[in-house]
Design a protein around this ligand. Structure first.
Ligand SMILES: [Zn+2]
Length: 61
C-alpha cells in the first residue's frame, strides 16, 4: 500500500527531529512543528491511516 505524501513528510520530519533529540520530549515536538507546522495534525492523521490500513481500508483513496 502507498503511504500518502503528507504522512511521509511527517515520518521524515519525525526522523530528522530524532537526529537532534533522542526522546519524544518538548524540544523534540518543537523541532517537529518548526519543520512542519501541521505536525500534530499529521501525526493524528497518521494514526488514523495506520488503523484504517490495519482494518484493510484506506480513507485516503
Ligand atoms: Zn520517534
Amino acid at each position: 500500500k502507498q503511504i500518502p505524501f503528507e504522512l511521509l513528510q511527517m515520518v521524515v520530519v519525525h526522523e530528522l527531529a530524532h537526529l537532534r533529540e533522542k526522546d519524544h520530549n518538548k524540544a523534540f515536538y518543537q523541532l517537529c512543528t518548526f519543520m512542519l507546522p501541521d505536525y500534530h495534525q499529521l501525526e493524528f492523521d497518521m494514526r488514523v491511516w495506520l488503523v484504517a490500513e490495519a482494518a484493510g481500508q484506506s480513507p485516503y483513496q
